[in-house]
Design a protein around this ligand. Structure first.
Ligand code: CA
Length: 232
């Protein structure tokens, strides 16, 4: 399993460090940013799996950043958890209205922080969780990295596994090649778009023995999707 990368945007060094320690202890990768500008730079460099975003920051508020990131195609689906000392109802509503996924009021316990992070990841980024995914008899287990159809195991390479994992967590959606590169390969890696086609072909070959190859559809001029509708 690839480690979940959490961007911690917090201008108070003691709090940022403490959060980072808890995150790393729980197996997450923590990247720190101390201002709106640093946060934007970190996000432009590598898209994280989740952002912990302080409300009051030098440069911009967490709410402003949330709004900005929700408008950019690249960060539109980025899971965002706002951290704040503001406990008022109207502030909470402003944060959620801006597009934050959840809201933590300081001071919070490490246990609560981790539980909220896991809940947001389950909701927004199913690929970052170890939940077993099943689709019409095809079963993918992220913790064992195995794929079965009935009792037959499909042998997949690591990239084909990630590709199938992503497609199965977003069934019926059409994904363009750039989107798949972004989500499956990681957007900080420069790879040509036709690489996607190569791995789609390998994935179909791996699914052929269990008769699921035709689930991976090419949508002309758009990209790929997984569907079992219309399958015999
Ligand atoms: Ca602050």
């Amino acid at each position: 399993m690839v480690r979940v990368r959490v961007l911690v945007v917090e201008d108070e060094p003691a709090i940022a460090e403490l959060i980072a320690i808890h995150l790393r202890h729980a197996g997450f990768e923590a990247v720190l940013a101390a201002s709106a500008e640093q946060a934007q730079a970190a996000l432009d460099a590598v898209l994280p799996d989740l952002v912990l975003l302080d409300w009051m920051l030098p440069g911009a508020t967490g709410v402003e950043l949330t709004r900005r990131w929700r408008q950019a195609p690249r960060s539109r689906e980025l899971p965002i958890l706002l951290l704040t000392a503001r406990a008022e109802e109207k502030d909470k509503i402003a944060g959620l209205d801006a597009g934050a996924d959840d809201y933590l009021i300081k001071p919070f316990s490490p246990g609560e922080l981790l539980a909220r992070i896991r809940a947001v990841l389950r909701r927004r980024a199913p690929m970052a969780s170890d939940t077993v995914i099943e689709m019409a008899g095809l079963r993918l287990d992220p913790s064992t990295r195995r794929v079965h159809h009935g009792t037959t195991e499909c042998r997949l390479g690591p990239t084909e596994f990630k590709l199938l994992h992503y497609l199965m967590t977003h069934p019926e959606h059409v994904h363009s090649r750039p989107q798949l590169l972004d989500r499956v390969w990681g957007d900080h890696v420069f790879i040509e778009e036709r690489t996607v086609d190569v791995h789609i072909k390998r994935l179909r070959e791996a699914l052929q023995p269990v008769d699921c190859a035709q689930w991976i559809e090419t949508v002309r001029g758009m990209g790929y999707r997984i569907t079992h509708k219309g399958a015999p």
